[in-house]
Design a protein. Sequence first.
Length: 494
Amino acid sequence: MERQESGHQQIADDGAPHKTPGKLLKNKRLLLAVSGGGVALLAITVLIFALHRTSTPSQANKICGYDTGYTCQTGDVMTNMSFKCMPEEANQWYRTDQSLVIDPASPDTMYISVEWKGVYKTTDGGKTWLYKSKGIRAYANKDDTSKPCHSEYPVIRIDPFDHNHLVIAISGGGGGILDATTPNSQTGGVYQTFDGGEHWQLMINNHMNRYVNDIAIDPVQKGTVYYTTSSIPASWAGADQSKLYVTKGLVYKTTDYGKTWQELPTGIGSNTNARYALINPANHDEIIVPTWSAKRLSKDGTGTGVSSGKDATVPQLGALRTLDGGKTWQQAFSSFTDVPFLYTYIAPNNFGHLYTVTTNKQNEAPYGLVTTDGKTLSKTKYVDLVAYDPFDASGMHMMGFTTVIIGPDSENFTLWESNDGGYNWHRYGSLPAEYDNFNTSPNRPSRLTWHPTDHNIMFMTGGSGYVWKSTDMGKTWTAILNYKQLAPTSVPNN
């Protein structure tokens, strides 16, 4: 893919961008890319808008360039389109995905994104939450076009070197680049903040796929960030299904906080999502990228518009591994090289320990895959949401639960524990009381994680903007947040 350097950020002496963007390169019209979690949007009228006839070329470059996110509009609210800012169905019910992050040096400080609401921050352990979405561009709320309608922001990562530096993935309608004249292409991508969420800046340039699945920050090299994307066409109604937005790979890498980027040569597969970028903390040049290939289905048969599911029978790219920071890639494992990798987890203290789940064939029970040698995967119990214990140096202790019905009722709504790296599981605790229906619950959990300094404290997040807290390592749960508490102000947690 031909790419210009973005040239849009001033770089400080330590290599980190200043908090305010620098000047644009003259006579370059920069577009942007974003990524996404896949919120289905109804067909919308394409609004093609142009600059006023009296605008000079230099004015046009400025208003359509980096300073406006290549949208030709100023401010955070994109008024050329507006949406009814509410869920269309239960699986879009104020999702939080994998976005909860906890400041390891100050654990009462947490960040989360809530679909339709935006990014929020607490500094008192969840008693109050503050709206922290300034700088993130969003379409207008149809009920009040002066306010934003935030989509699904699936991932937030916190920089191990600077806990005020966070990077967020902004979802969009499938593949694409930021483009002022293309429907559903004025929002999305990767943003970063250097002041703990007070101000967010666009991080990627206009020649990159704006669809983002995951973000990884290098634990050794400052300023190095990876994000994973896809070879899936745009999904907004009427999008060209023959057009792709990657040429050689599904992972982007920057070593200078986003001033310049490389598209790494992973190969692109077909209708393939690079699900995660998993960095070995003991050898930061080793990265595993699990992938999942699936053709998007839709009710009208075009693959665009409202989704009706996925067809995962297409050829799979498997899980990929690099040992040289992304220059070359190979199959990560010696077995199960042709299956989709859906949810994948790796032990923070032992990179050879990994657990993943895949899709099962017709009339076959769902199953998980596990390895403790980093090479060979073996079948095990299906547990689709897992957390490795960060306090366990061996990488053997895990907790997890499933969000699909796979056994008798007595096994549903159960928190499971494994002490041997995922080969065997036993009942341990229960799930939050608010999650009471596997098939239709808008409160479906999406993440399980430990407190960074207290082994007994765990958090679970899910739909309806829920954050649950356990002080007995998963035996019981108490809700500390749901979407009804959130507004663009400080909100007491009653």
